[in-house]
Design a protein around this ligand. Structure first.
Ligand code: GLY
Length: 566
């Protein structure tokens, strides 16, 4: 796809001190989408071409994969307002060239004034409108703290990494057709959830080629550039957030912001048939579910069953069902709830879980009312690899598309609606149909359970795959299937990402399938007793496969996702 516009072209300098090494100029008014790139020096795959280009410019300037990840995430906060963010949170998983594994948790936290039943009405019924829309849905944002924590492993000054995002916000960039459509459909939501009309709402419809300029966001980014983490969590930005809360009955306070800290977690590392898989620890449920699912299939002849045969899909769906049942029962923020992590991923437990597996019929989950998974691209993932062998996988989120919908007046960024990822009431599904209980109940200062699963696979102790995706509860199953596609079915990076995916999450008791999932296979699964539910598309996976230092970087066909490399 090419986007061309007859308007004066302003060339965006990638940083304000590019003298040391030359970096390519980025033209935000004229860019195209590339789905695949190969090379040896560096690859960046993200949900937006301009963000991928910013990442590569930073690598060419002498930054490493961590520098590129920071700059890319900040650029996404500008060019991909639906999910890129500074008002949300996420996780970073990295394998550094020196062999060090890193997990950074910058998940949002429940505000100090939150409490367990805050989303229940006087009759005790859950009001998910409040946990999903507007001011009260927002958790204390973690992204900016996470990027500063990551910066410890970077090479370039932070101000160089944020400058491309400032320029994109200040001077604007042209939007694609899908961005225009997305902003137009979100207009009623923005009108409901804002006290000050945000820049995303205009009188007429957005169309491809319009320029989106975000002056307030540029000023917020400049405060972060000039004052560091305090430029977000204290001073003017913090005051603007708290004033916004006051106007919309939200509860995030100055103390919540000042006290927010990202955490370095013990990385989750496990083996699968000689590969070493590195993924994110709790409060990402991926750190439990991915090892569980991989270990449940490890002793089965998946390769012999073949890709998307009745045997392989039935087995994987049953494995997904069991892992998601455990998610609902056991998982939450380990700082607040004792999660039996070791047991859940132990060989004995996993063997026991598969004891009742029957390949001849559909298993069953308990009945539940409601719980329909909406189609959403709420979250966003970036995969980066550099010439020195550093690999970084970052997944961040606002939760739903455009998060809470609330843009902080005068500060220009969207707040998340991550409070809905808590279990607002035992058994009441969140917006992805996932249920939970005590382990994931709201407690002040607690982090809500996530599905985000940024993952790196090592082969012979070197990065082999860098992968991740958005998609709510479908994230972990998409990562699981992308890994199995490569490790068992020997697929190319492109096929591993783009072949149809499916998803089972215990409750609701159904297999969700993408629109291009083979219809004959769906019919066979129905015959075995499965309920099948059509689901537009699952995930937007960004995957880099590296063999002997040469990478094959693939951006998902399902969106504007873009692979850049050299
Ligand atoms: N908000 C989606 C997730 O964290 O899983």
């Amino acid at each position: 796809m090419k986007i061309r516009f007859i308007i004066p072209v302003i060339i965006l300098a990638t940083t304000n001190c590019l003298a040391q090494k030359s970096a390519p100029k980025i033209d935000p008014y004229n860019y195209s989408i590339e789905k695949r790139v190969t090379g040896r020096n560096g690859a960046v795959v993200t949900a937006h071409p301009l963000a991928s280009k910013v990442g590569i410019a930073i690598l060419k300037k002498g930054g490493n994969a961590i520098d590129a990840a920071i700059a890319t995430q900040l650029a996404l906060a500008v060019v991909y307002p639906g999910a890129g963010n500074i008002g949300g949170g996420g996780f970073l998983v990295a394998r550094l060239a020196n062999g060090k594994n890193i997990n950074i948790d910058f998940r949002e936290k429940a505000p100090g004034k939150s409490y367990r039943d805050m989303y229940l009405d006087s009759t005790g019924a859950a009001n998910v409108l409040l946990s999903q829309n507007g001011h009260l849905a927002a958790g204390v944002p973690g992204t900016v703290a996470g990027l500063f924590a990551a910066h410890k492993h970077a090479r370039l000054p932070f101000k160089d990494l944020i400058q491309p995002a400032i320029e994109l916000a200040d001077k604007g960039f042209v939007i694609t057709a899908s961005e225009a459509g997305s902003l137009n459909s979100a207009r009623p939501y923005f009108k409901k959830t804002n006290t000050v009309v945000p820049v995303f709402v205009k009188n007429d419809n957005w169309k491809a080629g319009d320029t989106l300029i975000q002056k307030d966001l540029a000023k917020t980014l400049m405060r972060i550039r000039d004052k560091g983490k305090k430029g977000f969590y204290e001073g003017e930005t913090a005051n603007l957030i708290v004033k916004e809360m006051a106007r919309g009955k939200g509860i995030i306070s100055l103390a919540d912001l000042k006290n927010y800290d990202a955490k370095f977690r013990e990385p989750v590392v496990f083996n699968y048939k000689g590969y070493v898989i590195l993924t994110m620890a709790l409060p990402s449920s991926g750190g439990i579910l991915l090892p569980q699912m991989m270990k449940m299939v490890e002793d089965k002849p998946l390769r012999e069953y073949g890709f998307q045969t009745l045997r392989s899909v039935q087995l994987m769906a049953e494995v997904e069902r069991r892992a998601y049942a455990d998610r609902a029962k056991f998982l939450g923020d380990p700082d607040f709830y004792k999660v039996p992590v070791k047991t859940l991923i132990s060989a004995a437990y996993i063997k026991e879980r598969m004891k009742d597996y029957d390949s001849t019929k559909a298993g069953t989950s308990k009945e539940i009312n409601g719980g329909i998974i909406p189609e959403s691209e709420e979250t966003t993932h970036l995969s980066i690899f550099d010439k020195d062998g550093n690999a970084v996988a970052v997944t961040t989120t606002l939760n739903g598309g455009y998060g809470s919908g609330t843009v902080v007046g005068g500060a220009g960024f969207l707040l998340n609606n991550e409070m809905d990822d808590f279990s607002v009431k035992p058994g009441v599904p969140n917006m992805y149909g996932a249920v939970g209980g005590d382990a994931n109940a709201v407690v002040p200062g607690k982090r809500m359970l996530s599905s985000m699963t940024p993952t790196i696979v090592l082969k012979n102790n070197k990065p082999f795959l860098v992968v991740g995706t958005p998609g709510g509860t479908t994230i972990t199953t998409s990562v699981f299937q992308s890994l199995i596609n490569v490790l068992e079915f020997d697929m190319s990076a492109s096929d591993a990402v783009n072949k149809p995916k499916f998803h089972h999450q215990w409750l609701p008791d159904t297999i969700y399938i993408e629109s291009d999932f083979p219809s004959g296979l769906a019919a066979e699964l129905k015959k075995l007793g499965y309920k099948i539910t059509n689901y537009g598309r699952i995930g937007r996976t960004e995957l880099i496969k590296i063999v002997d230092g040469t990478f094959d970087a693939v951006a998902d066909k399902r969106g504007d996702d873009h692979a850049e490399g050299y």
